[in-house]
Design a protein around this ligand. Structure first.
Ligand code: ADP
Length: 379
């Protein structure tokens, strides 16, 4: 991301190299804050630099989310909030398989990062009392890696492949017969003496997850019997998710506080959980740990997340279309060049939410901003 640090952020970043004493002094001098303790100072530096370097409202999993994701992950279908249609279909699908005492068909889940694909995969395994093996497209580098996993699967086991659109062609070709005929075709030997050996596999289920369905090859997509898209969550569902998370984390967040955080969480549970954690840290360091809407808003302002969940880059993209391209339409690659972002970053990370809240329109001639966006950007 190409952000120019503000003088304040630059001072904070520079401060990291000094001792806490100098950090405190430099900060106080630089931003005229009242007396602050080294702990508060360290928190401000960390959160400001993090806010600048990595998007706090990015749905992708970050290292700080790993522990949180696991501890807050719903275990059963009934604990999974929202996605009503998907849950209803999945319920029937799972019950039917249980009645027939057969492993389920292969499942493909697609949708933005942080909407619950991995969570649903582990819920399916729990509901079927099956073992789940977790891997991802980029992690499966060699055919041998996949062959080792497949040959160790038992009947009814689930193989979860995250970012399945990133599988290499050679791995995909091994996966086709494995998914369709439960067989592994291995090439033994090299050169003229090479021959193919077929190894039978147990009946297992692949659950694939992807943020880019369009990048999946047609033959791979056709091998999934249950394909479903995860939608963004409503404000009410987001509030329930935050209330559930604060209950698990024993945080004193009441309904209005959960609603306040929900509004800025881009309709994405992972972002909601991350913001909840950041608000808790802020309340502990800057206040006495009490959580209320006022403190939540203050904390989220401090993270530069606006009342609709947009950050500086979202606003930069929208104002570029508004001012440089007079509202659009502007082609994707021209917009990417003007905002100094990769086209894939624009498409995968920024656009989905801006389209969802009706701030951006995709037309055959390019991207346009909407009246609602112009209203929101107006000073
Ligand atoms: P994805 O695989 O789509 O990137 P995850 O399944 O890892 O997303 O979800 C991220 C986190 O969000 C999970 O750890 C879980 O705590 C939370 N989460 C996702 N969906 C829900 C939901 N419907 N209800 C409650 N929490 C959810």
């Amino acid at each position: 991301m190409s952000t120019i640090p503000s003088p304040r952020q630059k001072i904070y970043a520079d401060c990291i190299y000094f001792s806490p004493f100098f950090q405190g002094l430099a900060l106080r001098a630089a931003i005229h804050e009242p007396l602050i303790t080294p702990v508060q100072c360290a928190y401000m530096i960390e959160s400001d630099v993090q806010a600048n370097e990595e998007r706090v409202i990015d749905g992708e999993q970050k290292s700080e989310d790993e522990h949180l994701d696991v501890s807050l992950r719903p275990q059963r279908l009934d604990d999974f909030i929202g996605q009503t249609d998907l849950k209803r279909n999945l319920h029937i699908f799972l019950e039917a398989a249980k009645k027939r005492e057969e492993p389920i068909e292969h499942v493909l889940l697609h949708g933005n990062p942080g909407l619950g694909k991995t969570t649903l995969a582990s819920i399916i395994a729990n509901e079927l009392a099956s073992q789940i093996k977790i891997t991802s497209g980029p992690a499966l580098e060699r055919v041998g890696d996949l062959a080792a996993i497949l040959s160790n699967l038992q009947r009814g086991d689930i193989l979860f492949i995250d970012e399945i659109h990133r599988l290499s062609k050679s791995i995909e070709e091994v996966l086709y017969p494995a998914m369709e005929d439960y067989a592994l075709d291995l090439v033994v030997g090299k050169g003229p003496s090479a021959r193919t050996m077929r190894l039978n596999l147990e009946r297992f289920t692949v659950i694939g997850a992807t943020t880019r369905l369009s990048l999946l090859s047609a033959p791979l997509r056709d091998r999934f019997g249950f394909v479903h898209r995860l939608q963004f969550y409503s404000d009410e569902e987001m509030t329930d998710i935050i209330a559930r998370s604060s209950h698990i984390l024993s945080l004193p967040a009441d309904q209005p506080t959960c609603e306040t955080i929900a509004k800025r969480a881009r309709r994405t549970p992972r972002i909601a959980n991350r913001l909840l954690k950041r608000v808790r840290d802020y309340a502990e360091v800057r206040h006495d740990g009490t959580l209320n809407p006022l403190i939540a808003n203050e904390a989220l302002d401090h993270l530069a997340v606006d009342p609709l969940g947009l950050d500086a880059t979202d606003r930069h993209i929208l104002t570029t279309i508004q001012t440089t391209f007079l509202g659009g339409p502007v082609g994707l690659s021209t917009l990417a060049a003007a905002t100094r972002e990769e086209t894939s970053t624009l498409v995968d990370i920024y656009e989905p939410f801006l389209l969802q809240i009706g701030f951006l329109k995709r037309t055959p001639r390019g991207r346009m901003i909407t009246e609602a966006a112009e209203k929101h950007l107006a000073p």
